[in-house]
Design a protein around this ligand. Sequence first.
Ligand SMILES: NC(=O)N[C@@H](CC(=O)O)C(=O)O
Length: 430
Amino acid sequence: MKNLLIHNGRLIDPASGIDGQFDIAVAGGKIAWIGDNQPPAGDYEVIDAAGQVVAPGFIDLHTHLRQPGFENKETIATGTRAAARGGFTTVCAMPNTSPAVDNRTVVDYVNCVAFGEAAVRVLQIGCVSKGRKGESLAEFGEMAAAGVIGFSDDGSSVPTSRLLKQAMEYAAGLGLPIIEHCEDASLADGGQVNEGIVATRLGLAGIPNAAEDAIVARDIALAKLTGARLHLCHISTRGAVDLIRQAKSDGVKVTAEVTPHHLTLTEELCLGYDTNAKVNPPLRTQTDIDALIEGLLDGAIDAIATDHAPHTANDKCCEFALAPFGISGLETALGSLLRLVHCGKLPLPLIIEKLTAAPARIIGKKHGVTGSLGVGDPADIVIFDPDAEWTVDPGKFASRGRNTPLAGERLKGKVTATICRGNTVYREGN
Ligand SMILES: NC(=O)N[C@@H](CC(=O)O)C(=O)O
């Protein structure tokens, strides 16, 4: 591993309040020095970051790596390479694999493959219920001992309040959050897109905002009752943002994430029956987007996570109603989010905070990610050019999932290098 000197960049590290022209030296996989004068003597590979932003490596709280079981959609190797290209140095893998990650053996298997094949750090989320069936609790204690960062049946909500209460009591005892996909199954059943004018025009069943809001309200009530930590996935509705804001002011231990696609795309994208725009929760309306942005600004929403959900071309090449939900999001996340910066809706340091320090706080220190660039921290770093324009070409994705509704779109903001634990895991052109 070479020592690195990242020179001339604009360093933005929200965790330590730094935003300015500073150089960083990396040695032994850690941040060794930050300054604006002479680095400590040494033999460095120099990266010239003039005109670029240098920030902590992004942390994705919500990634579908698909291995084991769906390696035709993605593998730990390809998903983490896609992460590296997107500027992510840590991904939290969701457990809706086959077999599902509901016991220690599967957690160990994923850790083992990741150790040999992953380009970036892989943390794992274990299931809430055995086989994600919503019937009985998965092996919480042994999965916690194997290092999971929380429990989720993502893809579905925990179906009964009773099971969720029990899950929260166990999770609280282990100091880990319940990470919930918020969707009332009976309200969403058969739904393909957001319930509203677009669903009507397309002749497709809709998923109402209330399907999300109802579960958010239930889960908050149970978090209040049990004192457990609750993290809410891919929030997409104005009503959910209001509920979370209120719960936080009531002292409930709730955090929430939002995806780049729910912040930037509306339901109209489905009007051409593009199955690549079919995602769960569905793309919603500008009113919802405005509330999500407000939520990021006032802290109701803590973090940005991709919900990278890769599928094969075959999976998506069918009638809209038969296609699986999901967008391949790791490689377009930054460019999508910077649209909000370039049009003045969100400040760049805030977006970086929501991709670094905020998810690190939710994961907690014991899992080895800090989301910051303090001296002595692991050298997880992203370098990106906020003004570089590029055209999304899914054919060039490192991910096996080319399912993006952004194909052919121009994005402004491009990762040029990603460094994970001091290793350069992505460099533009390589
Ligand atoms: N978010 C998605 O659209 N898809 C997820 C599962 C899910 O949350 O429905 C997937 O695993 O493909």
